[in-house]
Write a protein that binds this ligand. Structure first.
Ligand code: PLP
Length: 388
């Protein structure tokens, strides 16, 4: 029975029954015409979630990390300079990947709990008289800290410096949960994956690619074969795939898009905001603090929460799993042992979130945290009742 409990990790997320059924399809020939009938509309409809009409959607059988690699190898050359800020484990991993690909990475170190520093980006870009910086990389939602960055502000800073660099954005844990405006923000590549807002198993990297990024492919010299956009686009244009497609996931994505559009994207975002607010009310009632430094940075898909001094957040997550069979995210990187995370994205309702908050309370009480059972749950209940 314990497998009926929702997970509260920030991805992979809970799969609604409708999507579990949608991926239950028998093998079929991906060279047959019915593959095109399912795949072509998926590519078209996913654009709406990215907020692009100018761009293209390109997918690979990979996790989000593969999407990062596709983004940089298709647009950059060895030795190219890129600008990126480090404010959590995910931005750190993208930096590491760029370095391993032989890019020259200018890193702006930011305190964890803050987000992309648009003003500092602006200063660096203005000072880059030779226009050596070829790309600015931003992690939209830093899943390690629960911080949402203002991509529009980064675009303004780039435009303010009149800088031609590409803007590459990781939206793996925000797309389909919080508004994303690829065209409005002038994002050149937006990288996402199947296992978070789309509520599917891991296995599809999903990218939105602007015309400017498509043009950059022609001169980009980083080696790529599996992730070459051109091979993928050429095959897709003929209704196919350059290698074996993840057929079941494509069926799943087709149904996931139907679910998102039936609920309405604005309602999906409003639901995520409401669920996140409920969690934040509970955190406040517990007397605990979020890692995110200020409300403008709060993520609606994940909250990272400091445990009180003298407590171990790993022990809390472990105990919640051992005693109650509910998974929460542990603290990553420098937050390990200091913070735990509640993922509240994807297929979740008010009632499911209340069960997660109740579980945290039981686990904290068991471990002698100074909290009152029901305090956070009550705060969230009040909020949910009054925000319907
Ligand atoms: C989940 C996630 C990724 C991708 O991770 P994979 O495990 O490779 O799918 C990348 N960036 C962020 C911000 C994420 O949350």
């Amino acid at each position: 029975m314990t497998d009926q409990n929702p997970v509260f990790i920030p991805g992979p997320t809970n799969m609604p029954d409708r999507l579990r059924r949608a991926i239950q399809v028998q093998t079929s020939d991906h060279r047959a015409p019915d593959f095109v009938e399912i795949f072509a509309p998926v590519l078209e409809d996913t654009k709406k979630v990215f907020g692009t009409t100018d761009g293209k959607v390109i997918t690979f059988p990979a996790s989000g990390t593969g999407g990062w690699e596709a983004a940089i190898t298709n647009t950059l050359s060895p030795g190219d300079k890129v600008l990126i800020a480090r404010y959590g484990v995910f931005s750190h991993r993208w930096i590491d990947m760029c370095q391993r690909h032989g890019l020259e990475v200018q890193v702006i170190e930011c305190e964890w709990g803050t987000g992309a520093p648009a003003d500092k980006f602006g200063e660096v870009l203005s000072a880059d008289a030779g226009r050596d910086i070829k790309a600015v990389l931003v992690t939209h939602n830093e899943t390690a800290t629960g911080v949402l960055s203002d991509v529009g502000a980064v675009r303004k800073a780039m435009d303010g410096a009149d800088h031609p660099a590409l803007l590459l954005v990781d939206c793996v844990s925000s797309l389909g949960s919080m508004p994303f405006d690829m065209d409005g923000w002038g994002v050149d590549i937006a990288v996402s994956g199947s296992q978070k807002g789309f509520m599917l198993p891991t296995g599809m990297a999903i990218l939105g690619v602007s015309p400017k990024a498509l043009a950059a492919i022609e001169t980009a010299q980083l080696p790529r074969t599996f992730f070459d956009f051109r091979d993928m686009m050429a095959a897709n244009a003929n209704g196919g795939f350059p290698y074996t497609p993840p057929l079941q996931l494509i069926h799943g994505l087709s149904e996931s898009l139907k679910m998102l559009f039936e609920e309405g994207l604005d309602n999906v975002y409003a639901r995520h905001f409401r669920l996140a607010e409920g969690v934040r009310k509970a955190v406040e009632a517990w007397g605990l603090k979020l890692v995110a430094k200020s409300p403008d940075l709060y993520s609606d898909s994940v909250s990272a929460i400091y445990v009180p001094e003298g407590f171990d957040s790993n022990a809390l997550a472990q105990h919640a799993f051992d005693a109650y069979a509910v998974s929460f995210g542990i603290g990553l990187g420098e937050l390990n042992g200091k913070a735990f995370r509640i993922g509240h994205l994807g297929s979740l309702t008010d009632v499911m979130v209340l069960s997660g908050l109740a579980t945290v309370e039981m686990a904290m009480k068991d471990l002698d945290y100074p909290i009152t059972l029901g305090s956070g749950v009550a705060a969230a209940q009040e909020y949910f009742r009054n925000s319907r």
